[in-house]
Write a protein that binds this ligand. Sequence first.
Ligand code: DGJ
Length: 717
Amino acid sequence: MIRIRIICLLFIAIAGNSYAQTNGPISITTKNTELIFTVGKNKRLYQNYLGKKLDKPVLPLPKGIEAYPGGGMDFEFEPAIRVVHPDDNPSLELKYQSYKTVAIAGGTQTDILLKDEVYNMGVTLHFAAYADQDIIKTWADIHNGEKKTITLTNYASAMLHFDAGKYWLTQFHGDWAKEMSMQESQLTSGSKVIDSRLGTRSNKFQAPVFFLSLGDKPANETEGELIAGTLAWTGNFRFSFEIDNKNVLHVLSGINYYASEYRLEPGKDFTTPQFIFTYSNQGKGLASRNLHTWARKYAVLDGEKSRMTLLNNWEATGMKFNQEKLVGLFDDARKLGVDLFLLDDGWFGNKYPRDNDKSSLGDWQADKKKLPDGVPYLVKQATAKGLKFGIWIEPEMVNPKSELYEKHPDWILKLPNRDESYQRNQLVLDLTNPKVQDFVFGVVDGLFSENPDLAYIKWDCNRTMTNAYSAYLKGNQSHLYIEYTRAWYKVLDRIRAKYPHIPIMLCSGGGGRADYGALKYFTSFWPSDNTDGAERVYIQWGYSYFFPANTISAHVTNWGKQSLKFRTDVAMMDKLGYDINVGEFSGEDSQFSKEAVANYKRISNTIWFGDLYRLVSPYEANRAVLMYVDTLKTKSVLFSYNLQTRYHELLTVVRLQGLDPAKSYRIKEINLLPGKKSALACNNKVYSGQYLMEVGIDVSPARQAAFSSAVLEITAE
Ligand code: DGJ
């Protein structure tokens, strides 16, 4: 919390830029959080406080730190914004002009207008505060009022300042098949940067999310003061954490300005993406719940609506299938009881049929050999069997071996005078070109025109944006990363204007894209190609800090050596699906899976829309336990996973959270193998909420068994 501590208040107030009384403080508040700005006598805007909502205004307020300092003036650390004016003057002094607060759905929006009084440039800082969820969303509009083009070299969405003894950063890094690995470390003096330069698969290595704990030790699930932050931008991002000479921490969040100097023409605005954060003084659990509830309500497409269960064919067939094979799989989907069949990669291309990943991206016509009757036949067959039908596309990409590449070489991002550079044998289309935008929109629109009953899309993206040059942006290459992401949103805006509610899962060679810029258009995302049950506990755990369960697609596959039950129980903690050869199931597997799908349909509302409590972290123990509780506190589901537990390892009782202490709850273990009885002492017993939360129960599936799991349905009586 930037508390420019109360004891010091008087002294600091006398020392310098105390706010101009005439303007008074500008306070941005939610139910439990307050962010206070004041205007100095020099007319600059200062951030004086960020933390727990104050009961009454603390007066006088401390000096604070310049809220959004411009580069080239007297701020000695990394500035929020840096501009080079047409006359080569590289400085910006932003002075307060006015502010207004208006009501928005769920809260208020405060806009603070700042201006350079020498150079005609303005910045409006926006703060949308969502009262009930304690979320603040902040961004900046940069306006060029000058007569010539200015160059923006830095352009943060937000800058926040903190004054605590110690700072702890939790970041999430990864790679293909090991997404969202959590790391926590103490920040030391100087700068720490988390960023991406990958363009398309922007969060392949670092995710655009963080926790920042303040105080002597890092916050845990239930205790400690922190903010959770994330950037709503599906492109290069940058968070920097700079501890200065006075141990004050400056946090900058925004688009990564790496290779992205932006020339802003006269009269034009540059709007930064939104930085979303929540403040919690009760640990990370509350911060996650704030984000989840807010996201479902305001950030994710149809976030408060239900999701479909599905059977995908990627892991089971790869690209080797034909019409008959697929129709056969529809029967498997029906037997399982899922809602939808999702046809993955390999269904398209005629001059160059897509039999492997070496060709065909760009040629989005059904392969006549594999699918002689086209996609419409599949949709019809699926519908006749009581299933919905969905399809995979990767419309931003092209293989050199494709008709699209032959027809439109100028539509592709590639460096002049250099060899083409491939990832998975493919190149990125130049989405900044409006003709390419039309083409990508046309891929989706064409599918729906041909198949009005198409019910689901999986949108993939399997390469990063390296070796990139846009023929369309000739002379403006430093705009490429930004304009690409903007163009992607433009295409998605068009798609959503015409198809507002079709569920689309965002995939990116596993989980290379997941952020709230994208989730405005997508109903869920694919977290990772790694579906090994044990690995998934960590990966889904990582995402759970920032994204609600109904956005995290989790499929049961054949990856991993754990039992089908374990893998199913893991997938059930989020949005359940299957990507497995159901035809190879034993009788027991089939019965178990059918019951699991039916169980999931019964409990999924609690998982999707309930409050998440992470009880035992796999990062701290040889197991993981988490639970969801519905808003009325009448229904709850608990998931317990033993990991590499050793023979007779002592797994102590677990105290539940989020229940009503006064209510009585019956516990029932579900997802048991056919004919198996629960080994848990708590099964079918009734306990008070208080007992469950204060005394705790044994939820460890089978004390000795590694990779065993239990799902408990907990219902108020
Ligand atoms: C990568 C995705 O993550 C997979 O699920 C699958 O769709 C393949 N691409 C298909 O090429």
